[in-house]
Unconditional design. Structure first.
Length: 547
């Protein structure tokens, strides 16, 4: 009697061949690290990626907080029970397929189809043919399994499309096929192939009416002979008549995202021929539908993997941009004998549009605070540019009003569709305080008598061509402060949609620790997240000698 191996095991194939790992322990570790039981050397796989646990004869796949996820039958999981025939993938839904097997050796390709292609076997093996399927059924079964192997071998979207078209053309006997991908509400050609394997571009001979019917009906539209009496009127369509199209097969590529959502239309498979391609049997139609369904599943997985890759690259680029931006925005506040400076900025996203700068000039302190319209990367780019321009112009000794005029003309000339509010300021050793307010939150002058707002203002920069700017002057006494902020603080909202406002800011402006001021605003806004950048700058005039 031959020995039958019923031990649970994992089987997978890679470039080096086919591998089998027996599950003969309570826990099998999987990852990129050399100390793992199953080592998968892929950059998307974490060093300690997942583990398979054995409890009372049952096996459970557990993700170990991996960076790129663990997938069971194409679905990302954190924990999932295993059953024979399950497909495991690590780092991507298009990664190498690892199959969980139990019982006699089985074809890992058939096990990888997550029920889709295997369920189609009921089409071929009816009760009367359960022991000895007819030759036609065996031929179609062989075709189906070959289709499974080819489809699952392709990871890239283009590879899937090539295999889908080649198999569909081979099955139907048509002259050409096209795959369309949905982009918004439009269908855009992804790939076209002729029966000889050469590529073909989209042209006017494609029946858009057939495509519309398939999309609107959410099911396959097919006509094997447009000249026959069962063409459903397709023989009278202008494109069919003009191009002598005899056969059309048009199948929506749909994928169910969840039980609560309708099938999602991913694209469309379109096949046609000017020759009589011959009638497909019911079995042929079932095979074609099954191939299209499996292709849609693989397409969905590939699209998810592609989106994940793009998202990861975007996140990496944003992180690099954030580091560069932080470096540009990092200001070493000057140490002065007549003033003490503090400044804090907190972007609501990775990078923001608020900035400040402070420069010890030959005869005074030069300082600016600004808030560029918008948020995120676009605002941050403009903010970094303006900070550099203002810094350079202050070093030349230009008057503040001239600097505001230059910034206004720069933004308008560049047509960046951005404007900014800002305050440009100079503080001299004798306490003379000069500033230009360009539509910004009014400075708060903090004295022994309490805070007061200095309301002198000018137009926003980057909005009005020909705008003019004027500076005003005040004199500070030792111990008095000028506190500058951006509207992200004064316009912060709590859960009752009440705005923090200038009065609330005045009530805490006496706090000389800027961290305390920001904490107070954060507590007011909690649990809401900030929807704008926060910046505070504090200037204490100490007089001609240090305080």
């Amino acid at each position: 009697m031959a020995f039958v191996d019923n031990s649970p095991r994992l089987r997978y194939a890679d470039a080096s061949g086919e591998h089998t790992v027996t599950l003969d322990r309570d826990g099998l570790s999987i990852g990129r690290s050399p100390d793992q039981d199953l080592i998968l050397p892929d950059s998307f796989i974490s060093r300690r990626h997942a583990v398979i646990e054995r409890t009372n004869g049952s096996y459970v796949l557990v993700d170990l907080n991996s960076s790129h996820g663990t997938f069971l039958n194409g679905t990302r999981i954190t924990r999932g029970p295993l059953k024979p025939g399950d497909t495991l993938q690590f780092g991507s839904p298009t990664a190498v397929s690892v199959h969980f097997l139990l019982g006699p050796d089985e074809d890992p390709v058939r096990s990888s189809l997550a029920g889709g292609l295997l369920s189609a076997l009921s089409v071929f093996v009816t009760p009367s043919l359960a022991v000895r399927p007819a030759a036609r059924e065996m031929e179609q079964l062989s075709f189906l399994l070959n289709a499974a192997r080819q489809l699952n071998a392709g990871g890239e979207i283009t590879d899937i499309f090539h295999v889908l078209l080649q198999l569909s053309i081979q099955l139907t006997g048509v002259e050409r096929g096209f795959v369309f991908l949905r982009e918004g509400n439009e269908m855009h050609l992804a790939l076209g192939l002729r029966a000889d394997g050469t590529t073909v571009a989209e042209d006017s001979t494609i029946s858009r009416s057939a495509m519309r019917k398939a999309i609107e009906s959410e099911s396959k539209f097919s006509v094997s002979d447009t000249l026959g009496g069962n063409s459903g009127g397709a023989g009278a369509w202008a494109s069919v008549m003009a191009n002598s199209i005899r056969s059309i097969y048009c199948i929506p590529l749909r994928k169910r995202i969840s039980a609560d959502e309708p099938n999602r239309l991913l694209g469309l498979l379109y096949l046609d021929s000017q020759l009589d391609a011959g009638h497909l049997t019911e079995v042929d139609h079932e095979v074609l539908d099954t191939i299209a369904t499996e292709a849609a599943t693989l397409l969905q997985n590939a699209l998810l993997a592609e989106a994940e890759m793009k998202s990861r690259l975007a996140a990496e680029e944003l992180a690099v941009a954030a580091r560069i931006h932080a470096g540009l925005m990092a200001i070493d506040l000057p140490r002065l004998s007549y003033a003490h400076l503090q400044a804090r900025t907190v972007p609501c996203h990775a990078i923001g549009g608020d900035f400040y700068t402070a420069i010890a000039l030959d005869d005074c302190l030069g300082l600016a605070i600004a808030d560029v319209s918008g948020k995120g990367v676009p605002a941050a780019i403009v903010a970094a540019t303006l900070q550099g321009i203002i810094h350079a112009l202050m070093l030349t000794g230009k008057p503040l009003a001239d600097i505001a005029d230059i910034v206004n003309r720069f933004l308008l000339d560049r047509q960046v569709d951005k404007y900014a509010t800002m305050i440009l300021l100079k503080l001299f050793p004798d306490g003379l305080f000069e500033f230009v307010n360009c539509g910004h939150v009014a400075p708060v002058h903090v004295t022994a008598a309490g805070p007061r707002h200095i309301e002198d203002g000018n137009l926003i920069v980057g909005l009005i061509p020909g705008a003019t700017y004027e500076s005003v002057q005040y004199r500070l006494k030792p111990g008095e402060r000028i506190v500058l902020t951006t509207d992200g603080i004064t316009e912060a909202h709590n859960t009752d949609d009440v705005m923090f406002g200038e009065a609330s800011f005045d009530a805490i402006v006496h706090l000389e620790d800027l961290g305390q001021i920001l904490d107070h605003v954060a507590r007011f806004q909690a649990p809401n997240e900030a929807d704008d950048d926060w910046t505070v700058v504090d200037i204490r005039y100490t007089g001609s000698t240090p305080a």
